[in-house]
Design a protein around this ligand. Structure first.
Ligand code: FAD
Length: 388
């Protein structure tokens, strides 16, 4: 599916290969068929459409940037294009793909043993198994060094105790990657969710990401065998490597929510009549639409540039912060501005911009808040860390 000229003002498409465009079209077709028809009701009723998990596996987007173990082995740019299209449908569905692929599967692929990879990755890539990634705690969010969950040794076993908060998909997951303090620093553990002492309770009354699940987790003396630890990832750095993968996806995905809001507003503005004219004929409306289009083109070009750097093995963490901070900030502004073009109709779920804007409140918060990414960039520019 070609992107309409009104969304691609600088012929970004000319920078994509035929294979990249083909993959994007396949995901866009999936979004049209499987997400758009149901999303307003799912968001309204706070339903995560679990039946999509297997379909997303069949589409080949779960852990698609990983190689081997049933994963698709696609490039970083292809992964970016896929999540952009998914987030044009809804951030909650893209969030599932990020938690599954960028966080849980990446943790196992990068830090796991051969046995752990064989045990979990093929089923997760196929959408037969669901993973979650449990780092955040009630008292450790932006500062995960404060993790209080502890894993102690008892003979050969590990015994985990603690609480986690905001953990995506945990109540329907088969396995949780739980990050815990040990006598040897922070380590990741593979916790099958049916292990005694593990409970996950969905957080309710959310005003954002309503077509998605986030949970509180309690770990009461969760006893695990010796081989539950991820052997190849030591310290918080191991968790951050996974977070960087997810942050990279977000800098693409947010542009999908922005593009969908802009195109919806453009369509509406051309047909909505006031003062005897379509509202698109008013200069103030045109300025809103032009400002949206500028930032979508700039943000998508930035995402593509960072994706090419990633595929060349040259992408730096501060560049991911730059992309995530800029693109989510611009996307949320675009969605809010798009909402104004719908007037009163814009506050209903008949139209996507306000749903996207409310989802993006979560997106600007998770995987490093605006403030955290500002301080990462501030540190890079000045050489002085404001965290310490
Ligand atoms: C929808 C959703 C899904 C999520 N999914 C997951 C998941 O799957 N797994 C997981 O582990 N976590 C997940 N999270 C948690 C998310 O990563 C945290 O919410 C995030 O890291 C922020 O932590 P916090 O909410 O505790 O806020 P806090 O860290 O308490 O921050 C509160 C405010 O203080 C600011 N602040 C903090 N420190 C500083 C500083 N040094 N300087 C300036 N300002 C500062 C922050 O920027 C923010 O504005 C999810 C969150 C949401 C909302």
């Amino acid at each position: 599916m070609p992107i309409p000229d009104s969304a691609d003002l600088i012929n970004l498409d000319s920078l994509l290969s035929p294979a990249e465009k083909e993959l994007r079209a396949a995901v866009a077709t999936f979004v049209d068929a499987e997400i758009r028809p149901g999303i307003a009701d799912w968001f309204d009723q706070a339903i995560f459409p679990v039946e999509l998990v297997k379909k997303l596996g069949n589409l080949g987007v779960l852990g698609m940037h990983l190689t081997g173990y049933g994963c698709a082995g696609r490039s970083a740019v292809e992964y970016g294009l896929a999540v952009l299209e998914l987030e044009a449908g809804d951030s909650g569905i893209r969030t599932f793909v990020s938690v599954q692929g960028s966080l849980a599967m990446t943790a196992i692929h990068r830090h796991g043993s051969e046995e752990q990879k064989e045990r979990w990755l093929p089923g997760m890539a196929a959408g037969d198994l669901i993973g979650s990634f449990a780092l955040t705690e009630p008292t450790a969010g932006s500062d995960p060094a404060q993790l209080a969950t502890f894993a102690r040794r008892d003979g050969d076993d590990w015994v985990l105790t603690g609480s986690k908060r905001w953990i995506g998909l945990a109540s329907i997951a088969d396995v949780a990657i739980v990050w815990a303090q040990t006598d040897d620093g922070v380590r990741g553990f593979l916790v099958p969710t049916d292990t005694a002492g593990f409970t996950a309770t969905p957080i309710t009354q959310k005003l954002s990401m309503r077509a998605s699940i986030q949970c509180d987790i309690e770990l009461h003396d969760v006893r695990l065998p010796a081989d539950a630890i991820l052997p190849n990832g030591k310290g918080l750095r191991a968790a951050f490597e996974c977070l960087n993968e997810a942050r990279y996806g977000i800098l693409w995905g947010s542009m999908g929510a922005a593009r969908d809001s802009y195109l919806a507003a453009l369509d509406y503005a051309k047909t909505r009549m006031q003062f005897g004219q379509p509202i698109a004929s008013f200069q103030l409306t045109q300025k809103k639409l032009v400002d949206m289009a500028l930032e979508i083109n700039k943000g998508t070009l930035l995402a593509l540039h960072l994706g090419r750097l990633k595929d060349a093995g040259a992408l730096q963490p501060h560049q991911i912060s730059l992309g995530k901070l800029n693109n989510v900030r611009e996307a949320i502004a675009i969605c809010r501005e798009a909402r104004t073009i719908f007037g009163g109709n814009g506050i209903t779920l008949d139209h996507s911009p306000m749903r996207h804007a409310s989802n993006l409140e979560s997106v600007r918060t998770y995987e490093g808040t605006d403030e955290v990414h500002t301080l990462i960039l501030g540190n890079h520019i000045t050489g002085i860390s404001a965290f310490d």
